[in-house]
Design a protein around this ligand. Structure first.
Ligand code: F6R
Length: 605
């Protein structure tokens, strides 16, 4: 996730843009840059680092000119560095582009442009855009036509702002699956990824739709559809939110914003680079022993990953808690061991310590992380980025569901490599994978209200049980962690089958037990476990299929979810747990964004 902004009007653009970038910094903060046009020249200033630091050392806000675009970056393609920072230019230095999103077919476009003698200098996906526009201008198109034709070549997501030396009074913008807003002012207009970047200048905003493009000048703007050029009107809305509320997109907490952002995060996690997924799958397939290693939520994703690898690719793997790895398996690893380390931050000390040990014993280390340039990316032989954007709430939410989705994609790749399940099963699974962001969107329409009601029932309980079977064990584990870390209510999670080997002795009248029961082959034994709990007076809560009336009739509280592939239910079924945890925290008067005693990145062992 990155942030973009643009200004065209009567004032100096750069100081306004730097202030906008500061507001967007929460969207990414590894590098930043500004481009302006003044006196028939394009000025660009950019570097790796925080906006304030770059501004201090290079004077971002001193760039001259009354038109400009700006960018703050959260790296997805290419490490945080000056050359990879936006804006990006074409070969002539006359076209400058900033971009938020992921261009999936950039490798192909890049090759094509290099064959046409374009000088591409960065490792980013974005840089193909100014060169594509340049290429169309060379063929005789007007700038606007070249802009539209170039965009028609892009696959993936984008919010783009472009300036062109020969039209120093105009910003061209477009959006597809990434937010973009026009800020309407008196004698100026602005564009930005979100409201916060505009609120210092104006409260009148136009929210562009997917597939919209616009030509923005100081005294007006024209919006049209990229597909066929039809001009469209979009309503100007007056925004009354405070800047703080706008940063959270109207939600009272970052955690809630991040929970509701999951459909977008998951769409981005489906856009990960294929060649790295292939490489990871090939290296995993070569291992004699395979460990999936992580801490906290990332470990819970590893548990889900292990079920996915086994069910789809018939590949056994051990999910292991990072801090236990050396003690438990240290003596048994060697050059035939492959470790896939999962870490949102890529900096968790327990993970890095385990990997350091494994590296000394010649194990192959692979990584799945959200953070480009993190230590995990440097110690891994190969890694893949989950593309979830920055997560500000301390509790992992969107990063968990994205991790599971990436592990599912690796599992599918492994399945194709190993050929142990039928082609139609692989194809069906792929179809279900692609549908997941929409299914999550459906869950989010009902889950918050239902979980608020459940939170009111559970808020005074001294402890809560969570049970699931098969891959739902990982959902129960993640549910336990979310509810416990945010509500401070002690929680216990087990595979359902294990509950009668001890934990059931705790059950007495009114003890809450949450069962995770998607419609898979474990539904029947789960019903057996539910009846055992009910017989002992438990208050039985079930998260199950929305059409499962039998389950609904035996539960004291039922939350029905849409049907997805059973192996993908850790993604959909973890969402009610996230919202239950959130509402419990709020009901108890705690801050869900900053649970006590916790840090976002645990860099001590
Ligand atoms: C829980 C949570 C933590 C992290 C854990 C690992 O909500 O956020 O349990 O999952 O500290 O962090 P990463 O994934 O950065 O290694």
């Amino acid at each position: 996730m990155c942030g973009i902004a643009g200004y065209v009007g009567g004032a100096e653009a750069a100081p306004i843009l730097v202030r906008s970038l500061k507001r967007l910094e929460y969207r990414g903060y590894d590098s930043a840059g500004v481009a302006t046009i003044h006196n028939k020249q394009v000025f660009v200033c950019k570097d790796a680092g925080k906006i304030d630091e770059i501004n201090k050392s290079l004077g971002l806000e001193r760039l001259p000119g009354c038109v400009g675009i700006a960018h703050t970056r959260w790296a997805t393609h290419g490490a945080p560095s000056k050359v990879n920072a936006h804006p990006h230019l074409d070969c002539t230095g006359r076209i400058a582009v900033v971009h938020n999103g992921v261009i999936e077919n950039f490798l192909l476009l890049r090759k094509e442009l290099i064959d046409q003698n374009h000088n591409i200098v960065s490792k980013t996906d974005t840089e193909v855009v100014p060169h594509l526009i340049e290429e169309h201008i060379k063929r005789g198109l007007s700038f606007e036509e070249a802009f539209v034709q170039a965009l028609k070549r892009l696959e993936g997501s984008y919010a783009l702002a472009v300036i062109f030396l020969d039209q120093p009074d105009t910003i061209y913008v477009a959006r597809k699956e990434a937010p973009l807003i026009i800020g309407v002012g008196e004698g100026f207009n602005m564009v930005a990824s979100d409201m916060t970047a505009l609120l210092d200048m104006t409260r009148d905003m136009v929210f562009l739709h997917d597939g919209d493009a616009a030509v923005v000048k100081a005294d007006g703007y024209r919006i049209f559809r990229l597909s066929d050029g039809t001009q469209v009107e979009r309503m100007v809305r007056r925004v009354e939110l405070t800047i703080e509320m706008a940063e959270k997109q109207g939600h009272p907490h970052y955690m809630l914003k991040e929970i509701f952002e999951q459909p977008t995060a998951l769409r981005d996690s489906l856009r990960i680079q294929r060649e790295y997924v292939d490489l990871l799958a090939e290296l995993l397939d070569k291992g004699r022993v395979i460990f999936l290693l992580g801490a906290g939520t990332s470990h819970n994703a590893c548990v889900a990953g292990s079920y996915l690898f086994s069910a789809l690719a018939r590949l056994p793997s051990y999910p292991v808690i990072a801090s236990e790895f050396v003690a438990n398996y240290g003596g048994a690893v060697g050059s035939d061991t492959v470790i896939l380390a999962v870490s949102q931050s890529g900096e968790t000390a327990d993970v890095l310590n385990a990997l350091e040990y494994a590296r000394m014993r010649a194990c192959t280390i692979l990584g799945l992380t959200n953070t480009v340039g993190s230590t995990l990316t440097r110690v891994s032989r190969a890694y893949v980025l989950q593309n979830s954007g920055p997560e500000i709430g301390v509790a992992a939410t969107k990063t968990f569901t994205s991790q599971v989705l990436v592990l599912a994609q690796i599992a599918l790749r492994l399945a194709r490599l190993r050929g142990k399940i039928a082609q139609y099963e692989m194809d069906e699974f792929r179809q279900e994978l692609l549908k997941i962001p929409n299914e999550v969107e459906k869950v989010l329409t009902t889950a918050s209200v239902k979980m608020r009601a459940l939170a009111e029932i559970l808020v005074e309980k001294p402890f809560i049980f969570m049970l699931g079977r098969g891959v739902s064990t990982s959902t129960a584990y993640e549910g336990r962690l979310k509810v416990m870390e945010l509500s401070y209510i002690p929680c216990v999670a087990y595979p359902s089958g294990e509950s009668k080997h001890g934990p059931i002795s705790v059950i007495e009248s009114g003890v809450p037990v949450i069962f995770v029961v998607p419609p898979d082959e474990f539904r029947k034994p789960n019903i057996g476990n539910i009846m055992e709990m009910k017989a002992r007076g438990a208050y039985v809560i079930v998260f199950g299929d929305e059409k499962d009336d039998e389950l609904r009739s035996i539960a004291d509280f039922y939350y029905g979810l849409p049907r997805t592939h059973p192996l993908l239910t850790p993604i959909t079924y973890s969402i009610p747990f996230q919202l239950l945890a959130y509402h419990l925290s709020v009901l108890k008067g705690y801050d869900p964004d900053k649970p006590r005693n916790l840090a976002k990145s645990v860099t001590v062992p």
